[in-house]
Design a protein around this ligand. Structure first.
Ligand code: DAH
Length: 339
């Protein structure tokens, strides 16, 4: 038994000596000290040894076990450290190598145009307001002189939430909200999303409008014309002209549609303006006295002008964007052009 133990010890220490990787040490540990390891098995054989020899032999087994254990630990630690160092060295990052360049983000063209518009109208004394996209029929239609079942509702393909609420079809809804809650003088612009069941190259079911409203004593169509001329020159170019054509909107009387000289060809005629030199950009007019009265503003004392246009349309004209969908697809190849 004693010789056997000696043999085991020698074999174990030789194995440990020869071990080259940490895994060898782990294997040896199982081989000698594991539950069915050679040293553990010897302990079990102890029962066969005469009683009086057991204490001495037990002591010897313990000594061998301790010796093998510490040899395993020593070599194990050494190999582990060596392997860790090698791994760190292999994984080292060369910080002098050139990295992929970070792509710089940029403002969405709609954000740019909206900010520019706000800047222009702030300069003319307008405040900025925003309102809800789920809007009551009252503000979106009725207070703007569009009663239920009125044929002019057909001008806009409305998404109805229920009988009394819609996804607002026009930022004009905010005109009614503002006029019912504030006193003249009013000068306000309202940028915001609007929704219509409409879908082609120049119409998207969601788009952005920009509304303007001025209510005060003695406001006339001339004020509207002056304000829109300044706006057109600032957003397009100094040589831009506007023209007013008679039109119809239920909430303005008289109503106009406004064209600007084409910013692509400067009025000479091109693909964008279909050869006419003019592009239509907005609807406007003198606030219908009936609307003022419905909203609680005395139409005998006050008058106003209002206008509304698509921010998308302005962006498309300004940057020559052929399809409105490009503004809503978030394709990086498109957006990166606005850096
Ligand atoms: N809300 C109209 C539309 O979406 C545009 C418009 C026309 C707004 C005339 C106005 C206005 O404020 O006076 O088609």
């Amino acid at each position: 038994m004693k010789e056997k133990l000696d043999g085991i010890k020698r074999a174990a220490l030789a194995g440990i000596e020869k071990a080259e990787v940490f895994q060898d040490i782990a294997d040896l540990k199982v081989k000698y000290l594991g539950k069915n390891g050679e040293i553990s098995l010897i302990m079990r054989d102890m029962a066969k040894v005469p009683k009086e020899e057991r204490p001495a032999l037990g002591k010897l087994v313990n000594e061998v076990r301790n010796e093998v254990e510490s040899a395993l630990e020593l070599k194990g630690n050494m190999l582990e450290r060596k392997e860790k160092e090698a791994r760190l060295k292999a994984e080292a990052i060369d910080i002098t190598l050139q990295s992929d360049a970070h792509r710089l983000g940029s403002l969405h063209p709609l954000t740019r145009v909206r900010r520019e518009l706000i800047e222009i109208f702030s300069g003319m004394g307008f405040k900025v307001a925003e309102g809800p996209e789920i809007e009551s029929d009252l503000f979106n239609f009725q207070l703007l002189n569009i009663p239920k079942d009125h044929p002019s509702r057909d001008m806009q393909d409305t998404f109805y939430v229920n009988d009394n609420f819609v996804l607002r079809t026009q930022t004009s809804a905010m005109q009614a909200r503002i006029m019912t809650t504030s006193e003249p003088p009013i000068r306000v612009v309202i940028p915001g999303k609007v929704y219509r069941s409409d879908d082609d190259a120049s119409h998207s079911p969601i788009f952005n409008q920009f509304e303007g409203l001025a209510v005060d004593e003695h406001i006339t169509m001339g004020d509207l014309q002056g304000c829109l001329t300044t706006f057109a020159k600032k957003i397009f170019s100094e040589d831009t002209k506007i023209r007013l054509r008679p039109s119809y909107f239920p909430f303005t009387e008289p109503s106009v549609e406004v064209d600007v000289t084409c910013s692509m060809c400067h009025g000479k005629g091109c693909r964008v303006c279909k050869g006419t030199g003019w592009v239509e950009i907005l609807g406007a007019g003198v606030v219908n006295p009936a609307v003022l009265d419905m909203c609680g503003i005395d139409s005998k004392k006050y008058s106003g002008f209002a206008f509304g246009f698509g921010i998308d349309r302005i962006a498309m004209i300004k940057y020559g964007i052929p399809n409105i969908k490009l503004l809503y697809e978030n394709d990086m190849r498109f957006l990166a052009q606005f850096n």
